[in-house]
Design a protein around this ligand. Structure first.
Ligand code: GRF
Length: 200
């Protein structure tokens, strides 16, 4: 299974996928890594692993539509079977979803539908929930609204800060991502309404 990973940040989720991809039985090849900013630390990880990278910056385009087309073309050039957003801080547009919808996964650091958006752990802590976590889902047109592939729960400790909770979630999130991407690479699956149906 050919996988393109999209990132904006340090790329710890990407690193976990690159490690897993080295295992012969895991079943994925990371064929390209794309970012929306040059500062994405994960780009260096990809280069060290010998994986081609590309950067499509929104600011280099006259409008979002043009950026969306360019991103779609850059991803399509790698001919992926699956696209994984791992800390990619941009919403993809309709060209992207037309091309990769149903094969585009995102990992989010909250138990959706609670705490969608870019501050999942902070919002969970402020609300006072006692269980936080991470969600892997199939991206649709909404913000963090797609059909859920898997979720993992993480306890919130009384003395947690945003940093400690974020880190605890990330550990569980990475393990889930590796497990589920491997599963979806090996088995046939499809989205039926709000359900992700995996055969096997
Ligand atoms: C993940 O926790 C993701 O849920 C959030 O940003 C983090 C990405 O971290 N949106 P990294 O770049 O994979 O280290």
């Amino acid at each position: 299974t050919r996988v393109v990973v999209l990132i904006s940040g340090g790329g710890s989720n990407l690193a976990a996928l690159l490690d897993a991809a080295r295992e012969p039985g895991y079943g994925i090849e990371v064929v390209a890594v794309g970012a929306d900013r040059l500062s994405a630390g994960g780009l260096a990880l990809a280069e060290q692993a010998g994986v081609p990278t590309f950067v499509e910056r929104l600011g280099d385009h006259p409008d979002r539509e043009s950026w969306d087309r360019a991103l779609t073309a850059a991803v399509a050039a790698a001919e992926p079977d699956l696209v994984v957003s791992a800390g990619f801080l941009k919403l993809c547009g309709h060209h992207f979803l037309e091309r990769f919808g149903g094969r585009y996964l995102n990992t989010h650091n909250s138990l959706l539908p609670a705490f969608a958006g870019i501050n999942g752990p902070r919002d969970a802590l402020e609300y006072g929930v006692k269980i936080a976590g991470a969600t892997l889902f199939v991206v649709d047109e909404g913000v963090d609204t797609g059909a859920i592939v898997a979720q993992v729960a993480v306890p919130v400790h009384d003395d947690d800060t945003v940093e400690t909770l974020t880190e605890r979630i990330k550990v569980a999130e990475r393990a889930q991502l590796v497990e589920q991407v491997g599963r979806l690479a090996r088995l046939p699956w499809r989205v039926e309404g709000r359900r992700v149906v995996v055969d096997g």
